[in-house]
Design a protein around this ligand. Structure first.
Ligand SMILES: Cc1ncc(COP(=O)(O)O)c(C=O)c1O
Length: 393
């Protein structure tokens, strides 16, 4: 019953399942307290109280048609509230007419790709990357083209992107703050990419869309700047969600915003709304749209993530692992002491450490630690990291 293509995709993503299963086995054998699971980017902080209060109010509301179908783009007042926030943050005149409410950033990315891709067109993805991009691009007949970022700084290299752009390049996905590195791409790197895109668009007479995937835009430390993609890239679309900023990933609420500087946004908006409908999402969840106008100023306790970043960074660097200290998201991406990161992560399991090989993010020789886990897990993992590091001295 299952297609050949699906079998290939299942095989490609089987390491995720295998990690999960190995973690479960370890927990059964040693008890959850003795297993240090840094594998999942599943936010463990509670949603802000504002969100809970707004939700209670929405649940108890007797407003007629609270749970009915709506315009496929979402409630107009919610789109307007999201647009107002973006106007403030991005420095461009975003209106409700540029916003479509979506089922998380994952849903949003699929809607964008379905809308803009012709079969066989190429999408540039900067490695290391969020692994699901490969499947999303494949879902809509696109071809992923991977371009590595710098192995020391994880900043994108404009020259490499220049070399990768062909007449078939339709889009480039940019994810900053980044999963898996936590790195925020600098304004300088992004401006250089925009110059490269301009040049190539002229050379080939094409239009290349920058899709900015921003679910970690609020999880930022040390006062770091996340440059506005709408200011830097004219042909840009933001996909975002409240999964991480409000700690509600299970509720599947996010949005797409198109840059008002795009010459004609109306056909694009029509396409995005059509794709939202025909991919079967129909519209973003009604209840969680309702809570947004009151919740847009709220965010999870970022200082808790920052403390964990500092603690885990100290533990692993003192143990001897080489690691960049990133300023966003909730991941560290240290270097594996051996190039075979899969073997290394299997070795880590012997110390009850569940960590993910960089290969899973298209970047061999590294590993990812997700620190959205409680402090106790981080503190108690110290001996395990030290013992693991000692094996490679
Ligand atoms: C980079 C990136 N993009 C998109 C997503 C999907 O997020 P959502 O829950 O909003 O679909 C994730 C989730 O981990 C992510 O890390």
């Amino acid at each position: 019953m299952v297609s050949e293509k699906m079998l290939t995709n299942l095989k490609r993503s089987s390491w995720i399942r295998s990690m999960f299963e190995q973690g479960e086995n370890l927990r059964k054998k040693y008890g959850a307290d003795n297993v240090f699971d840094f594998s999942l980017g599943n936010p463990d902080l509670e949603p802000p109280q504002t969100v809970k209060d707004a939700l209670k109010k929405a649940v108890l509301s007797d407003t007629p048609k609270m749970h009915g179908y709506m315009s496929n783009a979402g409630y107009l007042d919610v789109r307007a509230a999201v647009a107002a926030k973006l106007r403030q943050a991005k420095g461009v005149p975003v209106e409700a007419a540029h916003v479509v409410m979506e089922c998380g950033a994952g849903g949003a990315m699929n809607v964008v790709l379905k809308t803009i891709l012709n079969p066989g067109e190429e999408v540039i993805v900067l490695a290391p990357y969020f692994a699901e991009y490969m499947f999303y691009i494949d879902n809509h007949g696109g071809v992923p083209v991977t371009v590595n970022t710098d192995r020391e700084t994880f900043q994108p290299d404009a020259q490499k992107i220049y070399d990768a752009i062909t007449p078939k390049t339709r889009a480039i996905i940019i994810n900053s703050p980044n999963n898996p590195t936590g790195v925020i791409y600098s304004r300088d790197s992004l401006v250089k990419i925009s110059e490269v895109i301009e040049k190539k668009q002229k050379e080939f007479g094409t239009s290349i869309c920058v899709i900015s995937d921003e679910p970690y835009d609020k999880i930022v430390y040390d006062g770091a700047e996340v440059p506005s993609m709408f200011e830097i890239f004219k042909n840009s679309i933001i996909v975002n969600s409240y999964s991480k900023s409000l700690s509600i990933p299970g509720e599947r609420i996010g949005f797409i915003a198109v840059n008002p500087r795009i010459s004609d946004t109306s056909a694009l908006m029509d396409g995005l709304i059509f794709s939202t409908r025909t991919l079967g999402f129909v519209n973003a969840p009604a209840l969680f749209q309702r809570i947004l106008p009151e919740s847009l100023d709220a965010q999870v306790a970022v200082e808790v993530y920052k403390k964990r970043r500092d603690m885990l960074y100290d533990i692993i660097t003192k143990a001897g692992f080489k690691c960049l200290k990133p300023q966003g998201a909730f991941y560290l991406f240290p270097q594996s002491p051996v190039e075979d990161d899969v073997k290394f992560c299997n070795e880590a399991l012997k110390h009850n450490l569940i960590i993910v090989p960089g290969t899973g993010f298209g970047f061999r020789g590294f590993f990812r630690l997700a620190y959205c886990v409680d402090e106790k897990t981080i503190v108690n993992s110290q001996k395990a990291f030290e013992a693991l590091a000692a094996e490679y001295r």
